[in-house]
Design a protein around this ligand. Structure first.
Ligand SMILES: *Cc1c(COP(=O)(O)O)cnc(C)c1O
Length: 378
């Protein structure tokens, strides 16, 4: 008569129900939100400078705000599951048919779709030490084995990654530019790698920071997608396009691979407001260029300041820079007290380094002043 109700102890035991590969996952460590730091350190939110999550310091483009407001008039209906307008805009931009495009709830979703489509226990994925943590998370969630290759100068060692590919490998993840280190692989190296990869392996090329590259360094990787049926190109609206809070990313891949990812996708993975904002943001070339130039100037300023302080840093191709400060946990604590949030990267195995996102000019100055003070170098 009395069905057994879960008790406290049986709920706590729920963890034991999960497979070992799920229990082994270390949750993603995001940059600390402004509201949380304000609470913990007794600071005014408005006085806090957050340079911790590689967000666009200009915020979202005005064009996207207008498109969102227009799209917000009726949210009683489901979003377009096929993202017709956004795919049409991307299709035009890249000169590929819409069945080469997959939309994601952020490009994080794209990375997971590729992993879910291709990996399962008994298979493996290859990625580099010090590359984006989501590659590890997406791989672990499928129960596949991770093959982590040692970094070369804090970046990807492509020959080592090629050599690490096993018979059971199905995915190689590459970030270019890489996060959290900011390193950049020249197009010739990636192209040679793609040509050398066996056909049982899909390469996921994550170009979240592509739009920040100086024009001379840029190569349109969509051209590789035409040549390589085993390439998935991943891009995002979260960084240079200024829409991190909306969660929109996309991939470009040939139809067979795109079809596979579509099978494991939630039907309504990108909401209506995000789709509308992404269309507007994609068209806003002025905002994109302003973002790129502001970033280049801020990065140059920070790297010059690090030179003056005698700090080692990795020359960055992204919208952030990795700098070696010694006891990074202690320096981070001092920065937090001064109301500056940056990203410690101890979880990446870099306990002496901090990753700083480039902010507005005044935010960069606040950070540099706080850093000098934290290092006793005022
Ligand atoms: C920020 C980032 C992403 C994208 O994140 P989304 O907001 O989910 O699009 C993807 N890859 C790398 C390397 C990143 O740094």
């Amino acid at each position: 008569m009395n069905a057994p109700h879960p008790t406290h102890s049986s709920v706590a035991d729920a963890a034991a129900l999960a497979p070992a590969h799920i229990r082994a996952i270390a949750p993603y460590r995001a940059g600390r939100p402004i509201s949380e730091v304000a609470r913990d350190y007794g600071l005014n939110e408005a006085s806090i400078v957050k340079l911790a999550s590689n967000e666009n310091p200009l915020g979202m483009p005005e064009s996207a705000r207008k498109a969102m407001i227009a799209a917000a008039t009726d949210l009683g209906r489901y979003p377009d599951p096929n993202g017709f307008d956004l795919k049409a805009a991307l299709s035009k931009r890249f000169g590929v048919p819409s069945d080469w495009l997959t939309l994601g709830n952020g490009s994080n979703d794209i990375l997971e779709l590729a992993a879910h489509a291709l990996l399962h226990p008994g298979l493996s994925a290859v990625y580099s030490q010090y590359s984006f943590q989501v590659y590890e998370l997406a791989t672990q969630a499928t129960g596949a084995r991770a093959i982590v290759t040692p970094a070369l100068n804090l970046g990807h060692d492509l020959p080592a990654m090629r050599a690490a590919i096993a018979a059971d490998t199905r995915i190689v993840f590459i970030a270019n530019p890489n996060n959290p280190t900011g390193t950049f692989l020249p197009p010739e190296q990636i192209e040679a790698f793609l040509a050398s990869v066996p056909s049982h392996v899909v390469v996921v090329l994550d170009e979240a920071y592509n739009e920040y590259l100086e024009p001379a360094k840029r190569f349109e990787a969509v051209e590789w997608v035409r040549r390589f049926p085993n390439l998935v190109l991943s891009r995002t609206f979260s960084k240079a396009y200024g829409l991190a809070g909306l969660r929109v990313g996309y991939s470009v891949a040939q139809p067979a691979m795109t079809d596979l990812m579509n099978r494991v996708r939630q039907p309504f993975n990108v909401n209506s407001i995000a789709q509308a904002a992404a269309v507007a943001s994609l068209a806003d070339v002025e905002f994109l260029e302003r973002s790129r130039v502001l970033n280049a100037q801020g990065l140059a300023l920070m790297q010059q300041a690090f030179d003056e302080l005698g700090l080692t840093y990795v020359k960055s191709s992204g919208n952030f820079v990795l700098v070696k400060v010694g006891d990074a946990a202690a320096v981070n604590e001092k920065l937090l007290r001064a109301g500056v949030i940056v990203r410690p990267v101890g979880n990446y195995g870099l306990p002496e380094w901090l990753r700083i996102s480039v902010g507005l000019p005044e935010e960069n100055q606040v950070f540099l002043a706080a850093l000098r003070a934290a290092l006793g170098r005022t």
